[in-house]
Design a protein around this ligand. Structure first.
Ligand code: ARG
Length: 458
């Protein structure tokens, strides 16, 4: 039965129904729809808008529907949307009283309320997954404290760092995501229920009561905005998109660092795949797939922003398009964050390769220039001297580490015997003790700081 058929002489065309129905996807909202209706019915009863007996029988009926759906005894089908389904089912179970549930309410404030209740859970789930991921990265950073690796600019070797610094960098990104998702959750927690179709209602409803019952922070202050605001959907999609961007960058680094060319990290067999034709292959499919799914989540954000950009106040059917992208984005982002956290546990360091690479290709050249600058040579002059050293090393097949102190002295008299130690990869990494720099001690301090910041969410 249509909730609105009284006005119509003839039924809608089958294809019109198929085109407009949202039940195939908004069925996911069944639990929050019932939760919101329970609060609404109780409020109608306590405000004397319907009788206490009717309110009670509505609540009993709704609880029966919830437990039947839960137990798989009631199939969600045969209605335009989840709101119609629940209401029809209620009326068929309890009769007249059920027809009073929709007093002082519209599907417009109902769906906005349901979706916020649902999204609240989605924000919370994403927070949980992010906490787990930050913990996994911090764990990896802890393992990496002992090792060094090269860091890059322009994907060219730049300077040696403690390997933990790399994982902490990603932990920072997901920590920001965690803060962002939790702030978005807070902004989303405002209740549209009581906005009616668009202009509120003439019944003496008490929106503070429903707001408290549904654990919202407050009722929204403008009914037109209440029924049509989907900022919380856009925020979830943006937050999810940025999480995906960070994941995708991490994936790219993992793909590079596990390649034969780099060889710094190894993904265990359990999280790798092979080739149907090339027997030697070990592919980083999981990382590639996460990188690949990023575009899809961005797409959902663009779709929603485009949907809302041209709609006049207040509710328009366009807004029904807010759900499918959200549900898919939620599934993708949670899956990606969770599998990444799991896969990190299966990644090991190829210590020797990282160490060799961190000293190779003149990665410590800045440190040689700094050595001279600290002994009075102006940095720009020191830079030029080391440039010459690098050129002569390339010509003679030497490295900064195979040069002797005497070799160095040919280029500047400020070089002492200690240059030989100063130019080792580990010494160079650990010398970067400036706040936030890549020394092992800083990595340890940052791990502590990240753990402390995480505590707020545990
Ligand atoms: N299925 C609709 C949606 O998701 C519910 C609200 C319907 N309201 C209306 N006036 N047709 O947006």
């Amino acid at each position: 039965m249509k909730l609105w058929e009284g006005r119509f002489d003839a039924p809608t065309a089958k294809n019109a129904d198929l085109f407009g129905d949202s039940l195939p996807f908004d069925r996911q909202l069944w639990a929050v729809d019932i939760t919101a209706s329970l609060a609404h019915a109780a409020m109608l009863g306590s405000c004397g808008i319907i009788s206490i007996e009717d309110a009670q029988s509505i609540c009993n009926g709704l609880e029966g529907i919830a437990s039947d759906i839960e137990a798989g005894k009631l199939e969600i089908a045969g209605a335009e949307d989840i709101h119609s389904f629940v209401e029809n089912e209620l009326v068929s179970r309890i009769g007249e009283a059920g027809k009073r549930l929709h007093t002082a309410r519209s599907r417009n404030d109902q769906v906005a309320t349901d979706f916020r209740l649902y999204a609240r859970g989605s924000f919370d789930n994403l927070c949980d997954s992010l906490i787990n991921l930050v913990e996994a990265l911090v764990g990896k950073a802890g393992e990496g404290v002992k090792y060094i690796m090269p860091a890059y600019t322009h994907l060219r070797k730049a300077q040696p760092i403690c390997a933990g610094h790399f994982f902490n960098a990603y932990a920072e990104m997901f920590m920001r995501d965690l803060d962002r998702v939790s702030a978005s959750r807070e902004r989303a927690n405002v209740m549209p229920l009581g906005s009616g179709a668009l202009a509120g209602t003439s019944y003496p409803i008490d929106r503070d009561v429903t707001s408290r019952m549904l654990e919202f922070d407050r009722p929204c202050e403008n009914s037109l905005d209440g029924v049509s605001d989907r900022d919380f959907v856009a925020e979830y999609l943006f937050d999810a998109s940025l999480v995906m961007a960070h994941l995708s960058r991490l994936c790219e680094d993992i793909i590079l660092y596990t390649s034969e060319e780099f060889g710094y990290l190894e993904i265990s067999d359990a999280y790798s795949t092979g080739s149907s034709i090339m027997p030697q292959k070990k592919n980083p499919d999981i990382a590639e797939l996460i990188r690949g799914k990023t575009g899809r989540v961005y797409g959902h954000l663009m779709a929603l922003l485009t949907t809302v950009k041209g709609i006049p106040l207040a509710y328009n059917k366009d807004l029904q398009e807010d759900k499918e992208g959200f549900f898919d984005a939620e599934k993708q982002v949670i899956n990606c964050v969770d599998i990444m956290a799991e896969m990190l546990g299966a990644i090991s360091f190829r210590v020797k390769n990282m160490q060799t690479a961190a000293e190779g290709d003149f990665c410590c050249a800045t440190d040689v220039a700094d050595y001279l600058a600290k002994r009075g040579v102006p940095f720009r002059t020191a830079h030029a001297i080391v440039g010459k050293i690098v050129r002569s090393c390339i010509a003679d097949g030497k490295t900064l580490q195979t040069m002797t102190a005497d070799d160095y002295r040919q280029f500047a008299r400020e070089f002492d015997g200690d240059i030989v130690e100063a130019v080792k990869g580990k010494a160079c990494a650990d010398a970067r003790t400036s706040y936030g720099g890549g020394s092992a001690n800083n990595v340890k301090a940052e791990i502590k700081s990240l753990k402390k910041r995480l505590k707020k969410y545990l």
